[in-house]
Design a protein around this ligand. Structure first.
Ligand code: GTP
Length: 321
């Protein structure tokens, strides 16, 4: 009988391992009644195998996503194939507390789950097993990495002085709006805002005062941006806004409000009060323009017109009557 003894020993070891392994193991019958509940499941749920054996999984854990999980399990029974539930799809199935020291900040245990069909001796799929992996460390690391990536990307797109989009990314928006106009033909306007006499301010109060003036204008500008407006720093002392769903007339009204606010505001530098004004050029995109660069040229023309018209004013091309 040594073979029987060996087999018995093997079974004993297997049961021991199933009980102590750092992975959750649950076996369910066709009606989702619990047939096996290992030590990992006991430790994290506080429910012992003796207390739960034979009970229906969904009755014992009413918070489980019953319909969704049953559908997954039914397909395992039916197709006799494994199914996988990733934490990225659903952070957890069993809401267990997270006790991990490294990722102590996670409030619950992130889980990956494998559903395995279990064949009876007759070859029928009479049971399925759920294997529950604690992937909290990996999930938190991945999310932290993604958050850093997002920050870096944002940093990469932002102009440090004004916190508006930098030139490169703002120009991408110009291109994007140009392409959208070609497809949908919805009104879209571009606005360029240029500080008046910044050279003089730089020379009289210093370059830092000039920087503060640009920041001050950007700050006021941001207050006027709607959710769909995209502001950027086009060049040194020139800021731009893409205004989707906006025609010349509406853009002019918005620009006038910006211009007036800037004219009336002031900032202090070295205990001195400084006031600045801006000139603004606007151009609503039309079919005549066959590239984004041509659109930029037209806005520049409108801005130049504002400058020669005495500055501290808004000009559109063609002029609004
Ligand atoms: N402080 C500061 N100055 C800048 C920056 N970028 C450009 N400038 C300055 O802005 C000035 C622009 O000069 P001009 O093109 O002659 O224009 P302006 O003196 O503002 O006069 P108008 O635009 O004609 O009203 C130059 O002196 C640049 O050095 C910047 O980031 N910071």
């Amino acid at each position: 009988m040594p073979n029987d003894l060996d087999a018995m020993n093997e079974l004993h070891w297997l049961i021991d391992m199933v009980q102590t392994i750092e992975v959750g193991l649950v076996v369910l019958d066709r009606n989702f009644n619990i047939q096996l509940w290992n030590g990992f499941m006991e430790n994290h749920s506080g429910v012992s195998p003796n207390d739960i054996k034979g009970d229906n999984l969904f009755q014992r854990f009413p918070a489980l996503p019953e319909q969704w999980l049953k559908q997954k399990m039914e397909s395992v029974f039916l197709l006799k194939n494994q199914a996988f539930i990733s934490w990225e799809q659903r952070p957890y199935v069993f809401k267990f507390k997270n006790y991990r020291p490294i990722t102590g900040r996670a409030e619950f245990m992130y889980q990956n789950i494998t559903l395995l069909p279990l064949a009876s001796l007759t070859g029928q799929i009479s049971h399925i097993s759920m294997i529950v992996y604690d992937v909290t460390d990996m999930a938190i690391n991945k999310m932290q990495l993604e958050a850093v990536g997002d920050k870096l990307q944002q940093h990469n797109q932002t102009d440090a002085l004004t916190l508006l989009l930098n030139r490169r990314h703002w120009l991408q928006q110009v291109q994007l709006h140009y392409e959208q106009f070609a497809r949908y033909h919805e009104p879209v306007s571009m606005m360029m805002i240029n500080l008046d006499h910044l050279k003089q301010l730089n020379e009289s109060k210093g370059h830092v005062a000039g920087d503060r003036a640009i920041q001050h204008v950007a700050h006021i500008l941001k207050k006027h941006l709607r959710d769909t407006d995209i502001g950027g720093r086009f060049g040194g002392e020139t800021l731009g806004i893409m205004l989707s769903q906006t025609d010349n007339t509406a853009a002019f009204t918005q620009a006038e409000q910006i211009r007036r606010d800037i004219e009336q505001a002031e900032f202090s530098y070295n205990n001195q009060t400084v006031k600045v004004t801006v000139s603004i050029g606007i151009y609503q995109l039309d079919d005549e323009l066959n590239s984004p660069d041509k659109w930029l040229d037209k806005v520049d023309e409108a801005l130049a017109l504002a400058k020669v018209s005495g500055r501290n004013c808004v000009k559109t091309l063609p002029a609004l009557s």
